[in-house]
Ligand binder design. Structure first.
Ligand code: GLN
Length: 296
C-alpha cells in the first residue's frame, strides 16, 4: 500500500484542490517539501481520519466545518514551529500509538532500536525477566517492552508527575501491565531495591553546550528536564544508573542505555569504572554510537 501510494503521488497532478497539496502549501515556510508531505500525512491520518489516497484524490471541500476548524488551528501551531506530535497529541513507536504532550519527550525512531535490542536478547531467554525503565517519560520504552515480552514483569519510574500520568494512560490504553511509580534517579539509594534482570534507560544526555545545534522545534517545545545535562557533569545519569545497577541487578543482569553519540565510549568507560563489565557500544539505525549495554 505504501509503495502504491508513493507511485500514485508521483503520477497524480498536485492540483490545488487536493487536500495533501493544500496542507503542504501552507507549511512551506517551516518545512521542506518532503517534511511537509510527511506532516500532512500525519495530520490527515491522526486528526482528520483520512488515508493518503483520500488526501490525494479529494479536495478541501470534502472536509466538514469542524475538520476544517481543527486543521486550521493545527496548521497555525505547526507554522509557529510546534512539533506535529504535540499538535496531534500522539506519536507512533514500535508500531503502537502513544499519547504525548509537552511534558514528555517525543519518542525517537532510534529509541525503537534500544527496545528491539532488549526484546531480541530476552525473547528466548529467562521465562519471566524483571525489567525496569528509568526516566520513562511517555512510557514508550516500558510499554513496548511489556507488549514485546508479555511474560516479563515491567516497572518504570520518572521524576515528573505529569510524565507519569501520561505513561499510566498509555499503559492502560495499550493494555500493558506496567508498574509505574515516582522516583528520582539522582538518589538511587531511595529507589526500590528488589532484584532486576534488566535495566533500561534513555536519560537526558544532551550537553547544554550542544543546545545551539538543536532544531528550534526540539529546543523550544520539548521538556528541558528530559533533554539537558550540565557540561561539567554530562554523564551524571549514567553514574546514577551504574550505581543503582550495581545494587539491584542480579549477577549477569544487564543495563541497556541510550547515550549521547559523542560520549558513547566515555559512558562505557564510566560504567566499567563503577564495576559493571562487558560494556559494549552499539550503533543505531543511522550508524551512530547510540547505546551502551553492560553486565553486572
Ligand atoms: N536524542 C534526543 C534528541 O535528539 C535526546 C534524547 C535524550 O536526551 N535522552 O534530542
Amino acid at each position: 500500500m505504501y509503495y502504491f501510494c508513493q507511485k500514485l503521488s508521483r503520477h497524480l497532478p498536485m492540483s490545488s484542490s487536493n487536500i495533501l497539496h493544500s496542507i503542504v502549501q501552507s507549511l512551506t515556510a517551516v518545512y521542506t517539501r518532503s517534511e511537509a508531505t510527511a506532516v500532512a500525512r500525519i495530520l490527515g491520518e491522526d486528526m482528520l481520519g483520512l488515508n493518503y489516497t483520500d488526501m490525494l484524490i479529494d479536495g478541501m471541500d470534502r472536509l466538514s466545518v469542524s475538520q476544517r476548524g481543527r486543521l486550521s488551528e493545527a496548521l497555525s501551531r505547526l507554522r509557529s514551529g510546534e512539533p506535529v506530535q504535540y499538535v496531534t497529541g500522539q506519536a507512533s513507536f514500535m508500531g503502537h500509538v502513544f499519547a504525548v504532550s509537552p511534558a514528555v519527550l517525543i519518542p525517537r525512531p532510534e529509541t525503537e532500536d534500544l527496545v528491539q535490542l532488549v526484546i531480541d536478547a530476552y525473547a528466548q531467554d529467562a521465562p519471566a525477566p524483571r525489567l525496569c525503565d528509568a526516566c520513562t517519560g511517555s512510557g514508550c520504552i516500558a510499554v513496548s517492552l511489556k507488549l514485546g515480552l508479555p511474560t516479563a514483569s515491567v516497572s518504570a519510574f520518572d521524576l515528573s508527575e505529569e510524565a507519569l500520568e501520561i505513561a499510566r494512560a498509555n499503559a492502560a490504553r495499550l493494555g500493558a501491565d506496567v508498574e509505574l511509580y515516582g522516583g528520582d534517579l539522582s538518589h538511587p539509594e531511595s529507589l526500590p531495591g528488589a532484584p532486576l534482570d534488566v535495566m533500561v534507560s534513555n536519560p537526558p544526555y544532551v550537553r547544554q553546550s550542544e543546545e545551539a545545534q538543536m532544531t528550534d522545534q526540539v529546543r523550544d517545545y520539548e521538556p528541558r528536564m528530559a533533554l539537558f545535562v550540565p557540561d561539567a557533569d554530562a554523564l551524571c545519569f549514567y553514574r546514577w544508573l551504574g550505581q543503582w545497577a550495581r545494587r539491584v541487578l542480579v549477577p549477569g543482569g544487564r543495563l541497556y542505555c541510550e547515550v549521547n553519540e559523542a560520549l558513547a565510549d566515555d559512558t562505557a568507560h564510566l560504567l566499567v569504572g563503577i564495576g559493571l563489565t562487558r560494556a559494549e557500544v552499539r550503533q543505531d539505525r543511522y550508524g551512530k554510537k547510540r547505546f551502551v549495554v553492560c553486565t553486572k
